[in-house]
Design a protein around this ligand. Structure first.
Ligand SMILES: Cc1cc2nc3c(=O)[nH]c(=O)nc-3n(C[C@H](O)[C@H](O)[C@H](O)COP(=O)(O)O)c2cc1C
Ligand code: SF4
Length: 767
């Protein structure tokens, strides 16, 4: 044993010496080789190791190629873990705190692939069975249409009806259900329910929607991969006459929570009906709108503008920044002062320096002199576009929400149109003349004007000039263009909270056109043909001109209601306020009054007075009475100016202090009325719209049996137009409408009782 130990000890020393020698001789290569081997081993282990995926957060964007359905869903929002029966719905990790949902700006056609099924699920609740019956009848009659809405690539199988008192909400209202056969299917939810102010299943359902939205463990919009949804509510108008009284209140609530849970996928506005009254008609109207939406989805893969993921919905609640009507609405809506940016231009003449010459020959019209001749065709090669797409004017106008049609026309959805769609009140023209604001289109065939009025908020963005020297677009191009743009904008209101199905459907038929948007409509050389196209489609015309183009005014064929702006009572004030480009502006103005006087038995004529404190009110009553005496208009609309804060108005010395209070307007109206009566002129104060700071004086011609009849019989007007042609041999009395409603008459405020007045934040105001 001792020998062995000795031998090993000896060898050990020898090995050690040997290794030391080797180390001394080859130290560097040994170090390098060892480190290389270690690196290789580490790399091998790193790449071959099976690690857990980083899956704590749900996916934000789906990858298009991974979708199995033929359409990219319009709203690729986070996907959550599908619910397994019996398992509590949870997501991995904490609730994500998200910022504002990014809006998609434009509607894009989605790539199509074959085989998508969209399952329509119809949920209902019913206590006494009326809703249940209505739902079953509806599905029975519309089933074929629903199926027929599909295309080769997108099918709508038979709709399934589900009773909210029988289903498990977790299966449908946390995530859309998965099909057992694993087939790719997307869902479209319809919810129909009555309202009950007593405890019912509706409360349980609403509580579930609310809890789901507020559950910190799951996404606040877990139903965002639904194709879309829409709600219809039944109620009782006798017991609950208005929405404020509780009419259909639970359907409204469901609509609101579904908007949150789906990330605003309201495919069609909320419908409401009373089965004892209009319930069936409202339901059919709602369902036909929905079928259109399904059809569109099948064809394009999107639900249309205004629905989340399909385009921008204008949900501005800041649209009540002012109480004005069309002349000011746009300044409010954008909440932007039309500031002059570096490249902006005031005079259209300036445009000439900026635009490329066009091939088309212009129709030059000289507006600087009058009483001479008809427009002459001048074949000049320098024809320019009034508002070229590349110009700062175009950029400024489109930024303010105008759609520019062709090269010199515009259309814009007025804030009152939006307001009426949401049941928040129509403009004063409803109170006075029966114009439904949600069926009204505001447009102009000429963006150019010949004045630079101090209170015109558009000044600085719209072109001005005295001579038409631009390309002339044909009237049919303008007509089809403005309609298309208007309807497009109405459709964008589809997903906006508060829009009601009934008004939305009505808005898809334009009935009125206010030719007063911006610029001077009679500047357009083909104004008569253009107006004729509107009348041929039974669209009424309210045309406002600036009393600077007597020849064009004289040649204008009868329109439904013809306005002349009367911005001052004397020459000096008119110069100060309107800042006209024409040197002979006062003569032009006077001549227009004479023409208006001649037209007063042919069509309804109106003076529009815009009162500016410190400019054209004080001691002006007599002057205005002289003008009324001269033109004898059928009506005199008097309204207070709205301060728009433009640099133009500020530089003209206009401030908030120049905006009259409604009490001051009332005082003025009474004084003017008194002055007219004292001269033996038979006028009276017929109506008011306090909300717009506006009142109406009317000629006694529009008083029957002691009652004012300021409203218009539009059907009668079109009948006359069709029977007697566009030159119109008729009188305004021939199409005088029904009695002015009591609530609109002087002393009653003029707010439409069907609507709810709200403040800027959408809170109800007691009228
Ligand atoms: C006790 C009771 C409370 C009601 N509350 C409301 C209500 O607050 N608002 C409303 O619009 N309708 C209300 N209604 C009317 C119902 O919504 C309406 O009759 C509906 O058509 C009933 O539908 P159903 O038969 O499917 O249950 C109420 C009806 C009852 C009987
Ligand atoms: S008339 Fe038409 S465009 Fe003018 S404010 Fe009323 S709704 Fe708007």
């Amino acid at each position: 044993m001792g020998i062995i130990t000795g031998v090993i000890g000896h060898w050990g020393w020898e090995v050690e010496d040997y290794l030391l020698d080797v180390w001394e001789a080859h130290r560097t290569p040994i170090i390098l080789a060892t480190s290389s081997i270690l690196i290789c081993v580490w790399l091998y282990l790193y790449f071959s190791e099976e690690r857990e995926g980083l899956v704590a957060l749900p996916r934000q964007y789906t990858v298009e190629t991974k979708r199995t359905s033929p359409f990219q869903l319009s709203n690729p929002l986070p996907t959550t873990k599908p619910k397994v029966v019996g398992e509590k719905a949870t997501t991995v990790g904490p609730k994500r705190i998200r910022g504002e949902i990014p809006r998609q700006t434009t509607q894009k056609e989605s790539p199509k692939r074959d085989g998508l099924e969209i399952q329509v699920l119809v949920f209902y609740s019913s206590l006494t069975g009326k809703t249940e019956k209505a739902v079953k009848d509806l599905v029975e009659v519309s089933q074929e249409e629903i199926n027929g809405a599909g295309t080769g690539t997108c099918r709508f199988p038979d709709a399934q009806i589900l009773d909210l008192s029988e289903i498990d909400y977790d299966e449908y209202f946390i995530n859309p259900p998965k099909r057992e056969d694993g087939k790719a299917v997307d869902y479209f939810y319809l919810l129909l329910l009555p309202s009950y102010n007593i405890d019912t299943i509706n409360d349980t359902f609403l509580e579930h929607l609310k809890e789901t939205h507020n559950d910190f463990r799951i996404d606040s919009a877990p139903l965002s991969n639904l194709v879309g949804y829409s709600v219809f509510g039944f109620g009782d108008r006798e017991g609950w006459p208005t929405e404020e009284d509780g009419y259909g209140f639970q359907a409204k609530e469901v609509d609101r929570w579904m908007a949150k849970l789906t990330g605003r996928k309201r495919a069609f506005p909320l419908g409401l009906g009373d089965l004892k009254m209009d319930g069936k008609a409202r339901l059919l109207e709602w369902s036909s709108g929905l079928i259109d939406v399904l059809r569109m989805f099948a064809q394009t893969g999107v639900l249309g503008d205004g629905v989340r993921g399909s385009g921008d919905a204008d949900e501005s609640d800041g649209e009540y920044a002012s109480d004005e009507e069309e002349d000011t609405e746009t300044s409010i809506e954008g909440n932007e002062k039309p500031t002059k940016n570096k490249g902006s231009i005031d005079d259209v003449e300036d445009l000439g320096k900026m635009v490329a010459p066009s091939e088309k020959a212009p129709l030059a019209i000289d507006f600087t002199t009058y009483g001479k001749s008809k427009p002459v065709n001048i074949q000049t090669p320098q024809a320019k576009e009034m508002v070229p797409k590349t110009s700062p004017t175009y950029a400024a106008l489109t930024k303010q929400g105008y759609s520019i049609i062709g090269s010199h026309s515009g259309v814009k959805i007025c804030r009152w149109t939006k307001s009426a769609l949401r049941g928040r009140g129509s403009c004063y023209k409803y109170s006075f003349y029966g114009i439904n604001s949600h069926q009204c289109m505001e447009s102009t065939p000429s963006l150019s004007c010949s004045n630079k009025c101090v209170f015109c908020w558009r000044h600085g963005t719209n072109p001005v000039g005295t001579i038409w020297r631009w390309q002339v677009d044909p009237p049919d191009l303008i007509f089809s263009g403005i309609k298309e743009a208007h309807y497009k904008k109405i459709k964008m209101m589809r997903g906006v909270p508060g829009v009601r199905a009934e008004r939305f459907q009505e808005a898809m038929r334009i009935r009125h056109c206010a030719l007063s948007l911006v610029g001077e409509p009679i500047f357009y050389p083909h104004i008569n043909e253009f107006v004729g196209m509107l009348h041929a489609e039974r669209i009424s015309t309210f045309l406002v001109c600036n009393a600077q183009h007597p020849d064009q005014l004289a040649a204008l064929k009868p329109i439904t209601q013809l306005y002349v702006s009367i911005d001052a009572a004397d020459k000096e004030s008119l110069r100060r306020i309107d800042r006209p480009l024409h040197r002979d502006f006062w003569e032009r103005f006077q001549r227009c009054l004479e023409i208006l006087r001649e037209k007063r038995f042919k069509q309804r004529t109106v003076f529009r007075l815009t009162l500016v404190k410190g400019f054209n009110i004080d001691e002006a009553v007599k002057g205005y009475a002289d003008l009324v005496d001269k033109a004898l208009p059928c009506f005199v609309e008097i309204k207070g100016v709205t301060y728009c804060g433009t640099s133009t108005s500020s530089s003209a010395g206009l401030t908030m202090a120049n905006v009259p209070f409604y009490a001051e307007i009332q005082e003025f109206v009474e004084a003017l009325n008194h002055e007219l009566n004292s001269r033996g002129l038979e006028y009276g104060i017929a109506a008011e719209h306090a909300h717009s700071c506006c009142a109406l004086l009317a000629s006694a011609r529009f008083k029957k049996n002691g009652k004012w009849h300021t409203r218009i019989d539009y059907d009668r007007f079109f009948d006359l137009w069709e029977e007697r042609g566009p030159d119109g041999d008729w009188t305004p009395e021939d199409y005088m409408g029904e009695e002015t409603p009591e609530w609109a008459t002087w002393g009653n405020g003029g707010f439409d009782p069907r609507d709810t007045r709200v403040d800027r934040k959408g809170r109800k105001i007691e009228v």
